[in-house]
Design a protein around this ligand. Sequence first.
Ligand code: GLN
Length: 560
Amino acid sequence: MPCKYIFVTGGVASSLGKGILSASLGRLLASRGVRVTIQKLDPYINVDPGTMNPYEHGEVYVTQDGAETDLDLGHYERFLGVETSQTNNVTTGRIYFDVISKERQGAYLGKTVQVIPHITDEIKSHIYALGNSDDIDVVIVEVGGTVGDIESLPYIEAIRQMRYEVGRKDTCSIHLTLVPFLAAAGELKTKPTQHSVKMLSESGLWPDIIACRSEFPLDSSIKQKIAQFCNVEVEDVIASLDAETIYEVPLLMREEGLDERVIQKLDLQTQTLDLEEWKAFVSAVKEPSQEVTIALVGKYVEHHDAYKSIAEAFVHAGAKNDTKVVIKWVQSESVTRENVKELLEGCSGVLVAPGFGDRGIEGKVEAVTYAREQNIPFFGICLGMQCSVVEVARNLCGWKEANSTEFDEASSKPVIDLMDEQRTIEDKGGTMRLGSYDCTLTKGSHAFKAYGNKDITERHRHRYEFNNTYKDELEAVGLLATGVHPSRNLVEIVELKDHPWFVGVQFHPELKSTVSTPHPLFVDFVAASLKHQSSRRSQTSQASQSASNKAPLSQEPISP
Ligand code: GLN
């Protein structure tokens, strides 16, 4: 059966949730046995988001093959439970880079190189690259940006051409718009949707299905109006209401019949829908029996998208522990020795986040000291792990000058240092240690217990490494290297002996956490945090018990 294509565009406003809609539709099709993958087309000129600031772009999601990609790919993996790769994310920068490289090689045989057909051909070839694989039935293509943006025009044009090349019956176009509620008029307004569809059709693309993001339910008259003005059947107007959790969206889309409309239009052969596991997960997320607060110490905490995968990994691990994980976002720049107790008190776990550059580093190191000394479960990820090595070097080895050479090139104790192969690299884009690497765990370690396995693979994105020169001395004070790259001897995990749960990882475990496979380290960290919480509570109640036992006289009512 030839591969079929679903195109998802957005109109009226950005941030309507095309990524979640695409991932939800993918989940619904996959739950009927359809083999789905999702591709994101990004209209910006950066070759990839790897060089972009998290304030601009949110988290950079890294695939197993080492591509630095849009955070929507994280949603695709979390919802579908299948790995993506470089092919799943295309940017305008990448398209132009490839076209210009070919032009320099003389590949266009003297022709004038133009947006149509050369850029649009290049876009199509990236989409077909996924569709032509034998194990894919459906490619969902999400176009970034909003219809009407100059930058997304070549993508819309490429899709228009594809609908003729592949055949209309094997393609489906879904347009996600906003139906706002005007309080003054007391009603939902369809005009922005009408205009957005009109604009899309001016580029030659008519939507088959219109998904309407709205804060209130769309009654049948609103749906009929949209259907009439936008040239679709009323069943093809799908309401996309705000959900309590993003993981509920597949269930809401199911209720609206989105999957059935798509299946009918594409004439897909499917099995019976099985959403039982998904539903069980959603109820675990919505109705947990307990709560635990974990601090996330990082410098981008005002911008939660910068830590998207970490926050989602906590949702997965929370559900597995029947717990709601409440994240206390702690700005690392604000943490000092004086206020660390006040900021972290009441948190049952401390996660020190990944990052680049020296802003907020000393605050992160203070947070590590606090978690280490107070026996609070600690999880350091990438830069967070590097900070834990610096902390132990400074405070347990007594090397006050210990640092990463990222922050102090002249440090006399460079416990974290550049890898040799990084020293000569000058280009910033795509030059870090990226993608999947093997790691061998030490039996008996927390990591080994969590994974239940000695050999693991995790994804990386960093330039600096644990400096093996100091390994023996750090181990002597209790910081053990419990995960090591098998052939290159790179330290990938450190753990503190005689601490309830102190684990620093050089990789990014959050990137591999999905609904169907919550990440074992996050699951174990949340479990350790719960344990800490209950022991703290029983200590407090014992303390108040003994206080009230000790002072019965002052509690006695004074008789007149
Ligand atoms: N800045 C550190 C490095 O490049 C850590 C990177 C990260 O946390 N992803 O090694």
